[in-house]
Unconditional design. Sequence first.
Length: 67
Amino acid sequence: MAEITADFVRQMARTWHGIELDPAEAEGIARMLQPMEAAAESASAHLDFDSEPADFTRLLDELAGEE
């Protein structure tokens, strides 16, 4: 997964919300999101997740305790 950068945050704010963030705001948001990105990346290594839809459904059922 690519690191969340200030440029990425600015682009998402522009695209999703129609707002322009100044560089300092975008940098602060990027720094705030980086620990969540790292945690998600770490957790995903243990999920045995594949991009195939059947595997996605199987994983959701397994996580829900339905398998």
